[in-house]
Design a binder for this molecule. Sequence first.
Ligand SMILES: Nc1ncnc2c1ncn2[C@@H]1O[C@H](COP(=O)(O)OP(=O)(O)OP(=O)(O)O)[C@@H](O)[C@H]1O
Ligand SMILES: [Mg+2]
Length: 367
Amino acid sequence: MSRIQLEGLTRHFGSVTAVNDIWIDADDGEFLVLLGPSGCGKSTLLRMMAGLLPPTGGRVLLDGRDVTHTPPQGRDLAMVFQSYALYPHLSVARNIGFPLRARGRSRAQIKARVEEVASVLDLSGLLDRKPRQLSGGQRQRVALGRALVRDPGAFLMDEPLSNLDSKLRSTTRAEISALHRRLGATFVYVTHDQVEAMTMATRIVLMNEGAVEQVGTPEQVYDEPASVFVAGFLGSPAMNLVEAGVYAADGRLRVRSEGIDLPLGIDADVPARPVVLGIRPEHLVVAGEGDAGVRGVVSTVENLGSEEVAHVRVGSEGRMSLRGPRPLGLRAGDPVRLTAPPGRLHLFDPDSGRRLAWQAAPVTAPA
Ligand SMILES: Nc1ncnc2c1ncn2[C@@H]1O[C@H](COP(=O)(O)OP(=O)(O)OP(=O)(O)O)[C@@H](O)[C@H]1O
Ligand SMILES: [Mg+2]
């Protein structure tokens, strides 16, 4: 069991700041997902947790113990990498048992434990094979087994599914989630795949350029993105983001841009100010007569099977997408009026990119 605390963790490579002053407190038993684009510092952060890379600054605590300068063997962690380096000349059983042999356990102990782990991972029938006689997904499970066999307090995994095809990815994803529930151990899992993050995480750490943009449950980061970056990173198609302005009309707040004029559902009388307006494609709906909302012309409609996505030209340069059950009843070339409920509109500060908490304290508050 392990609580993992990172205190101001920082890593430079020459003039590159790969990880910049990161503070994270992962509770015992959490499934923490580090999510972000390529090069944002996920692997660097994980390797510092594991003890494979010394930090330039900051501390790593495991169950309250400072392990910043403790080598990997002294940390009670198991790592699983994207490239699962199995020993090619050893059988599956010996690959899984390797960490126990290295620790000098008896043959009988090792055999019993390997069989237990193999049964959890559905590898019991494959114990005598060599890695080259296995599929990619089976090899991945052997690599997981080698991590599991020691019963560590925490698992650190760096894109462990990225070599698998999409079907195997989704079954192995479910297996890892089930494993987490069964073991109750702490998992820190690196991915740039938002579906993996949304489905597996108890909390997501969304990273950008070496820093944390937001830490929250999958619901929190999706429903209340803390920044334009988070808003644009999660969701498919991405959230519609438009430069706009908030203004008061007859004591009621509205948000406006070319082709857009939507009520915010708040009574306030404040000076106009610029914002970035965000609307998720699934929150735009075709409006009735009279609803001003969003006016545009449908440019294309894509069929996703159970749903459709319509791309709409708004104003002279704007584009918005709208997602809903098929058929949407829209055709390319159709003029269309759209609207979205006030509670589904996101506002961000155009300079800092941070979310404006306009529902709690209207946009009068200085950004
Ligand atoms: N050993 C190194 N020497 C110099 N720069 C490095 C080194 N390792 C990483 N970097 C740089 O640090 C930054 C973060 O790299 P990191 O591997 O942590 O990213 P990542 O989020 O894991 O990306 P990916 O999703 O592509 O694996 C990148 O700009 C990378 O080029
Ligand atoms: Mg990486």
